[in-house]
Write a protein that binds this ligand. Structure first.
Ligand code: SAH
Ligand code: SF4
Ligand code: F3S
Length: 449
């Protein structure tokens, strides 16, 4: 029997992509993937260190592997990802039942390390932060059944926002060669993928550090011209690097979706400075205005931190006012969490947990209302939906997303997975929209032929 591996992923889209890459490497080596942790011969936990809570969640699951390992001592267990990089081989002491510690830049070594462990050569670790990402592996059939996928174009981050651990666990910013990205995109499309989301910590600085071509707008243009690619997205952009040329792409490229995730982090200039974000509130507002001018229907989402050290009531008010002004379609907001190695650890004016929670609740309440009213504004509009598969409410309901990345559920009597269809929005909810299928004359379609 082929050995089975199980992989659990915490954290962001980078980790989702890394878990896919690891799975592809292992399948190419003859392993099989299982969704059951109890059946697996190899258990891998891909961890996130961005906030204390995320790290704790992963460590709790790792702690639970102790009993599994005592029942089945032959299992190989590994900690991968950002917590692995942050805590290193100390994890092998803290969790003696763990065999492997693998940093995010070292995932490509996993097959050799598993061989080493299987051959009885002890525990293994690989934590070199300077590894260059190799050509992305492909695996026949791996993405079968999927409509959309992530594709990594960069690794690491050089921005050193003062609160953020990512530069310390993912290393220096490196762009993958455009040729590999284009080849992998073509391959994904040949496997049935219709929508590709390019990912990196700061995609709009693609290739600028090494002075290479194409830069990010050029890469988008090349990908847009590939036949069969219906939708192209990207995350995340840093406001300081959002060029006019990139804004222009939203008016030019047919496959580029009508959505931008542009993390603002704070509405206060004082706090933005302490965060080392390198833009002001006014600069951010003017970027949004220019994007909206180029693509009036664009959906705008963002990230925001409350309770950063030194955040006064006035600074917090500035964030609330910014939310009112911009009216984000969705906002991911977090309480500031102290992270090792980050320079914000040294800053004075730490806020207590209760105050951070109070601010977060006020902000989230405000945003909830904005999100709902934005979703309600879509009622009556016709949207193009890329169908991703059956919805939660049984067979007759399908689900997909608008170009603006909003989830839409609608009824249809046929599986339209992978197709772009026209849907009239009939109801806007907090987290999704409800719609009905319409024809090119905007008439409701009762039966799909
Ligand atoms: N590279 C991306 C996102 C990185 S992490 C970017 O720059 O936009 C995702 C989000 O987590 C960040 O945008 C930030 O809002 C949040 N975050 C990062 N470190 C944090 C910390 N120490 N405490 C709270 N939130 C944090
Ligand atoms: Fe972290 Fe800032 Fe880099 Fe984003 S840009 S990963 S928030 S350091
Ligand atoms: Fe978490 Fe690492 Fe992503 S810290 S947010 S998994 S880059």
């Amino acid at each position: 029997m082929d050995p089975l591996f199980y992989i659990k992923t915490f954290g962001c889209q980078m980790n989702v992509h890394d878990s896919d890459t690891i799975s592809q490497i292992l399948i190419n080596k003859g392993y099989k993937k299982t969704d059951s942790i109890n059946d697996a011969h190899i258990i891998l936990i891909n961890t996130c260190a961005v906030r204390q809570k995320a790290e704790q969640k992963a460590l709790t699951l790792i702690g639970r592997l102790a009993s599994l390992k005592s029942k089945k001592p032959d299992i190989i267990s590994g900690i991968i990802g950002c917590v692995a990089q942050e805590q290193g081989t100390s994890l092998l002491k803290r969790f003696p039942f763990i065999d492997l510690v693998l940093g995010p830049r070292n995932i490509y070594h996993i097959d050799d390390l598993l061989d080493q462990i299987k051959e009885g050569r002890g525990k293994a670790s690989s934590l070199d932060l300077t590894c260059e990402p190799p050509t992305l592996p492909t695996c026949n059939g791996y993405v079968k059944g999927r409509v959309a996928t992530f594709l990594k174009i960069m690794e690491g981050c050089d921005n050193f926002c003062t609160y953020c651990i990512v530069p310390f666990v993912r290393g220096r910013e490196t762009s993958l060669p455009a040729e590999d990205i284009i080849n992998k995109s073509k391959y994904l499309i040949s496997q049935g993928i219709k929508e590709i989301t390019l990912i990196g910590q700061n995609v709009n600085s693609y290739n600028t550090k090494n002075n290479a071509l194409p830069t990010f707008p050029g890469l988008l243009k090349e990908l847009d011209s590939i036949a069969g690619l219906k939708r192209l997205r990207f995350i995340t952009s840093h406001p300081k690097d959002l060029s006019d040329e990139l804004i222009g792409s939203f008016g030019e490229l047919k496959s580029l979706c009508s959505h931008i995730h542009l993390p603002v982090q704070s509405g206060s200039d004082n706090i933005l400075k302490l965060m080392n974000r390198k833009y002001t509130r006014d600069k951010y507002i003017s970027l949004i205005e220019r994007i909206k001018k180029t693509r009036p229907d664009i959906t705008i989402t963002s990230d925001l931190i409350v309770g950063f050290p030194g955040e006064t009531e006035k600074d917090f008010e500035d964030s609330l006012q910014l939310i009112d002004k911009i009216e984000f379609d969705n906002l991911f907001s977090f309480k500031y969490s102290e992270r090792p190695k980050t320079s914000a650890l040294e800053l004075p004016g730490k806020l207590d947990e209760k105050e951070k929670q109070r601010r977060l609740s006020i902000l989230q309440e405000k945003q909830k209302k904005i999100t709902l009213s934005k979703n309600k504004l879509m009622e009556g509009t016709i949207q193009e939906i890329l169908v991703e598969g059956p919805g939660k409410k049984g067979d007759s309901q399908l689900t997909g997303r608008t170009s603006g990345n909003k989830v839409v559920n609608f009824f249809a009597n046929k599986n339209l997975k992978g197709q772009l269809v026209r849907v009239k929005i009939i109801k806007g909810f907090q987290n999704s929209l409800l719609g009905e299928l319409v024809d090119k004359y905007n008439q409701k379609v009762y039966e799909v032929m």
